[in-house]
Write a protein that binds this ligand. Structure first.
Ligand code: TYD
Length: 198
């Protein structure tokens, strides 16, 4: 079973992931992430830092996804593991839809066709949402901002995420990221447990 966690920078995904490691320890899930679960992740981080061409950057994220599926996700699913990924294809659909807009006429359909036929659809996606100002305030303590971490970018990214969720309500669960951390973690852990047992 494949679970993905999505949301804008600063929404608390990392805290949630570590909470889930404790809360779901007995199910021995495989925790993974995009970008960076394979060596291509290092190239992606370099591309982000150097603010390379948005098409090149998007394709690096896709290359990382392909390697992630081949080397991590597919083998784990074949072994009937519970897999929980911090970011996945919806990150591309939400973020690269913004970065590609000046260059590609229909970024979302372009991105979908690049993923078409080989990506694996998550069984459930938790989308953490929060006001952009709060997310930015959380990012203020962080050294150096990536080019995605600007108010106007994150605003559009979150709108894109919400549109994706609206299109696919069976898969998406929208979670208010301003709630207490423990509450968010226990709700999501309980929901994953139900799905896993079902
Ligand atoms: P992430 O590692 O989640 O952020 P952090 O550095 O805070 O741990 O992701 C790095 C950045 O890359 C983040 O701003 C989101 C962006 N991103 C995309 O634009 N597209 C993608 O497909 C992915 C996976 C991430």
């Amino acid at each position: 079973m494949l679970i993905t966690i999505e949301g804008i920078d600063g929404c608390g995904k990392s805290t949630l992931m570590s909470g889930l490691q404790t809360a779901l320890a007995d199910l021995a899930p495989l925790f993974t992430r995009e970008p960076g679960s394979t060596w291509i992740g290092d190239q992606v981080r370099r591309g982000i830092a150097e603010e390379i061409d948005p098409i090149a950057e998007a394709l690096l994220f896709v290359a990382d996804h392909a390697a992630h599926i081949a080397e991590v996700i597919r083998p784990a699913l074949a072994g009937h593991r519970l897999v929980i990924s911090d970011r996945y294809s919806d990150s591309r659909y939400a973020y690269q839809q913004v970065t590609l807009a000046p260059l590609v006429p229909e970024p979302l359909s372009w991105l979908r066709s690049v993923h078409g036929g080989w990506t694996i659809r998550p069984d459930r996606t938790y989308l953490l949402t929060m006001p952009i100002a709060d997310a930015l305030a959380r990012l203020d303590g962080k050294d150096g901002r990536e080019h995605f971490e600007r108010a106007e970018v994150l605003e559009t990214v979150q709108k894109n995420y919400l549109a994706l969720a609206e299109e696919d309500p069976q898969r998406f669960v929208i979670v208010d990221a301003l709630q207490e951390r423990e509450k968010i973690c226990s709700f999501i852990a309980g929901d994953i447990r139900n799905l896993w047992q079902w």
